[in-house]
Write a protein of this length. Structure first.
Length: 689
C-alpha cells in the first residue's frame, strides 16, 4: 500500500511541476500586437478543431461504453458476468465501462492541456528567440515538459485509482482501451489536419508561387501552424498516454505469470494479492521515473550559436541523466522489497533498448549524419531520386530497431518470461516525462519560426527558430522510434495477457483459422496506412485548390496589400480530418472483435501476431523515411547544395511533401493500431471462450 501512496504522490508532483512550468511560461512576454494576433489565430483554430474532434469522439466513446456494460460487465440476463464482487447492494456496477470512460477522459485531457500550453508558448518562444538560442529553447522545452508531465501524472493517477478500487487487471484493461480509443482518433484526425495544410502550403507556396515557408500571403500558413498543435502535440500526447498506461496495465495483468517464472508462489487470485510487490513494481518504477524526469529536465540548456550536435546533446544530457536515476532507484527498490534481482536487469534492458531505437532513428534522420546528407545530395538529379532514396533509407532503418526488439524480447523473457517483456516496456517508458518533452517542444519551435516569418522579424530570429525546429524534427523521429519500440513490447505483453485469459497457449500455423488470422493481421497495417495516406491526399488536394483560388481571385494578395482568408483553409483541414478519421478508427476496433467472434480465439491470436510484426516495421520505415526527407530539405535550406530557391531545394520540398504524411500521420498511428487491437482482444476475450 505504501507503493500506491508513493505513486499518488509522484503523480501529484508531476501535475504540480506542470502547473509551475505553465505559470512560468505564461509570465513570459507574448510579444507585440502583430505576434499576438498571429498567436491568437493559431489558438482559435486549434481550439475549434479539438472541440469538433472531441464532440465526434464522445459519440464513439458512449457507444463503446454501452457495449462494454452490456456484453462484458453483465451477461444478457442482467447478472454480473463472472464476478460477484462487482455487486454493490442490489445495484450492478459496470466496472469495465466506467474504467473505459475514465481512460478516454484522461487521454483527451492530457492532449488538450498539452495543446493549450503549446499555443501560448509559441509566441513567447518567438520573443525569446529575439534574445538568444538558449532562452528560446528553455521556453519551448518547458512547454514540452508540461505535456510530458501531464501525460505521466494523469496516467499514473488513473491507473492507481482503477487498480486500487477494483483490484482487477482486466478492468484496468478497460482504462487502457479508453486511452487507446482517444489516441487513435486524435493521432489520425490531427495527422490528417496538419499534413493536409502542410502539403498544400508547400506545394502552392514554396514551389508554385516561390514564396518563403510560413509567408503570411499563403492562405494555408495558419492552418499549418494549427496542425502542428492539434496533430503533433495533442495527438502525440494522447498517443503516448496510451503507451504509458498500456505498458503498466500489461505488466500488472502478467504478474501471476511472473511469480510462477520467478518461483514466488501462486498469485493467480488477483484480489487477494493485489498489493503484492510484483503487482505494484511497474507502478513504483513509473513513479520513480516521474521524479527522475523532473530532475533531468533542469539539465536541458545550450549556448548561443550551438551546432545541431550540441543541441542534441543538450537534450540527451537530460534524458540520460533521468535514465541513470531511474536505474539507481529501481535497483535500490528491488533490493528493499526483496524481489528477485533479475527484474533490475529487465528494466535495464527496456531502458537501453529504448535508447538504442531512439538513437538509430536519430542517425537515420539527422543531417548531422551522412545518411540524410546523402539523401539531400540526391536532389541534384531531381525529386524522383530523392523519393527513391528516402524509401530505401526508411526500409534500411528498420534493421537496428528490429534486432534491438528481438534481443530485448529474448533477454526479458529469459529473465522473467512474458512478465519480463511487459516490465521492459515499463522501463523503456519510465522516463516518458522528459522523453516526451524532447518531442513535444518541436511543434512549438516550428510555430515560433512561422510567427517570426509572418510578423516580419529580423532574419536572425528565424535562423534560431529553424535551428530548434531542425532539432525538433530529429527528436520527433527519435520519439516516434521510441514510441513504436515500446508499442511492440506492450502489444506483445497484452497479447500474452490475452492468451492467459483465453487459454490459447500455442498458435498452430497449420490451423487454417490461425493462418487466416495472421494474414489478416499482416494486412491491417497496410490497409490502415493506405486509408490515412489517401485521406491526407484528398484533404491536401482540397487545400491546394483553395490556395490557388485565393492567389488567383484575391486582388493584391501576392503583392502583400491584401490578407489571405486563413479561416477558409483551417475549415477545409478540419472538415477533411473529421470525415476521414472515422473509418480507420472503426476498423481498429471492429476487426479484432469480428475475427474473434467468427474464427475464434486462436485466430484472433494470429491476427495480433501478424499486425504487431508488420505494423512495427512499417511504422519505423515510414517515420524514419519522413524524418529524413524533412531534414534533407532543411539541410539544403541551411545553405547547402544551392540553398533555398534552387532546383535541389524544389526536389527536396517534393520529397518532404511525401514524407509529411509518412512521419506525422500514418507512421505514428500504426503503433496505436497494434496496441489498440491487442487491448480490444484482451477486453473482449471473455466473448471468445
Amino acid at each position: 500500500m505504501n507503493i500506491l501512496f508513493f505513486a499518488i504522490v509522484a503523480g501529484i508532483a508531476a501535475l504540480a511541476f506542470a502547473i509551475a512550468l505553465t505559470m512560468n511560461i505564461l509570465r513570459q512576454d507574448p510579444g507585440n500586437d502583430a505576434i499576438r494576433k498571429i498567436g491568437d489565430s493559431i489558438e482559435e483554430g486549434a481550439r475549434a478543431f479539438l472541440s469538433r474532434e472531441y464532440r465526434l469522439i464522445t459519440v464513439f466513446v458512449v457507444i463503446i461504453a454501452v457495449i462494454l456494460a452490456v456484453f462484458i460487465d453483465y451477461d444478457l440476463t442482467g447478472r454480473v458476468a463472472d464476478n460477484t464482487d462487482r455487486v454493490t447492494g442490489d445495484r450492478l456496477v459496470p466496472s469495465t465501462a466506467l474504467a473505459y470512460i475514465a481512460g478516454a477522459i484522461g487521454s483527451a485531457l492530457a492532449g488538450f492541456i498539452g495543446m493549450s500550453i503549446a499555443v501560448r508558448a509559441n509566441t513567447r518562444t518567438t520573443v525569446k528567440a529575439q534574445q538568444g538560442l538558449n532562452p528560446a529553447l528553455r521556453v519551448a522545452f518547458n512547454s514540452g515538459t508540461v505535456m510530458g508531465m501531464t501525460v505521466v501524472g494523469i496516467g499514473l493517477l488513473g491507473i492507481v485509482a482503477i487498480f486500487w478500487i477494483f483490484k482487477d487487471p482486466t478492468i484496468a484493461a478497460g482504462f487502457g482501451f479508453g486511452a487507446s480509443s482517444i489516441a487513435l482518433f486524435a493521432r489520425v484526425g490531427g495527422g490528417i489536419f496538419t499534413k493536409a495544410a502542410d502539403v498544400g502550403a508547400d506545394l502552392v507556396g514554396k514551389i508554385e508561387a516561390g514564396i518563403p515557408e510560413d509567408d503570411p500571403r499563403n492562405p494555408a500558413t495558419i492552418a499549418d501552424n494549427v496542425g502542428d498543435n492539434v496533430g503533433d502535440v495533442a495527438g502525440m500526447g494522447a498517443d503516448l498516454f496510451e503507451s504509458y498506461v498500456g505498458s503498466i496495465i500489461a505488466t500488472i495483468a502478467l504478474a501471476a505469470v511472473g511469480a510462477a517464472a520467478l518461483g514466488m508462489g501462486d498469485l493467480s487470485n488477483t484480489k487477494e494479492n493485489f498489493d503484492h510487490n510484483l503487482f505494484l513494481l511497474p507502478i513504483l518504477i513509473a513513479g520513480m521515473g516521474i521524479l527522475a524526469s523532473i530532475m533531468g529536465s533542469f539539465l536541458v540548456r545550450t549556448g548561443e550559436g550551438a551546432t545541431m550536435g550540441r543541441l542534441l546533446w543538450s537534450l540527451r544530457t537530460g534524458i540520460f541523466s533521468a535514465g541513470i536515476l531511474v536505474l539507481i532507484a529501481t535497483g535500490v527498490a528491488i533490493a528493499v522489497l526483496s524481489l528477485p534481482f533479475e527484474l533490475f536487469w529487465v528494466v535495464v534492458i527496456g531502458l537501453v533498448a529504448g535508447q538504442i531505437i531512439g538513437t538509430s532513428s536519430e542517425v537515420a534522420t539527422s543531417y548531422e549524419f551522412k545518411y540524410t546528407r546523402d539523401l539531400a545530395g540526391q536532389s541534384e538529379t531531381g525529386p524522383a531520386t530523392v523519393i527513391i532514396g528516402g524509401l530505401g533509407l526508411g526500409m534500411l532503418s528498420t534493421l537496428v530497431p528490429g534486432i534491438t526488439v528481438i534481443v530485448a524480447m529474448w533477454g526479458a523473457n529469459a529473465l522473467a518470461e512474458t512478465y519480463g517483456i511487459a516490465l521492459a516496456a515499463v522501463g523503456m517508458l519510465s522516463t516518458l516525462g522528459i522523453t516526451l518533452a524532447t518531442d513535444a517542444y518541436g511543434p512549438v519551435a516550428d510555430n515560433a519560426g512561422g510567427i517570426a516569418e509572418q510578423a516580419h522579424l529580423d532574419p536572425e530570429v528565424r535562423e534560431r527558430t529553424d535551428a530548434l525546429d531542425s532539432l525538433g524534427n530529429t527528436t520527433a523521429a527519435t520519439g516516434k522510434g521510441f514510441a513504436i519500440g515500446s508499442a511492440v513490447l506492450t502489444a506483445l505483453a497484452l497479447m500474452a495477457a490475452y492468451a492467459q485469459v483465453t487459454g490459447v497457449d500455442i498458435l498452430d500455423l497449420m490451423n487454417i483459422n490461425v493462418l487466416m488470422g495472421v494474414v489478416l493481421g499482416a494486412m491491417m497495417p497496410f490497409l490502415f496506412a493506405a486509408l490515412t495516406m489517401q485521406a491526407v491526399g484528398r484533404s491536401a488536394y482540397a487545400m491546394v485548390t483553395e490556395v490557388r483560388r485565393q492567389f488567383r481571385e484575391i486582388p493584391g494578395l501576392m503583392e502583400g496589400t491584401a490578407e489571405a482568408d486563413h479561416a477558409k483553409a483551417v475549415d477545409i483541414s478540419t472538415r477533411g480530418a473529421m470525415r476521414e478519421m472515422v473509418l480507420p478508427g472503426l476498423l481498429a476496433v471492429v476487426v479484432p472483435v469480428v475475427v474473434g467472434a467468427i474464427l475464434g480465439a486462436a485466430a484472433l491470436g494470429g491476427l495480433l501476431i501478424g499486425s504487431i510484426t508488420v505494423g512495427f516495421l512499417l511504422a519505423i520505415m515510414m517515420a524514419n523515411a519522413g524524418g529524413a526527407w524533412d531534414n534533407a530539405k532543411k539541410y539544403i535550406e541551411a545553405g547547402h547544395l544551392g540553398g533555398k530557391g534552387s532546383s535541389q531545394h524544389e526536389a527536396a520540398v517534393i520529397g518532404d511533401t511525401v514524407g509529411d504524411p509518412f512521419k506525422d500521420t500514418s507512421g505514428p498511428s500504426l503503433n496505436i493500431l497494434i496496441k489498440l487491437m491487442s487491448i480490444v482482444a484482451l477486453v473482449f476475450a471473455p466473448l471468445f471462450l
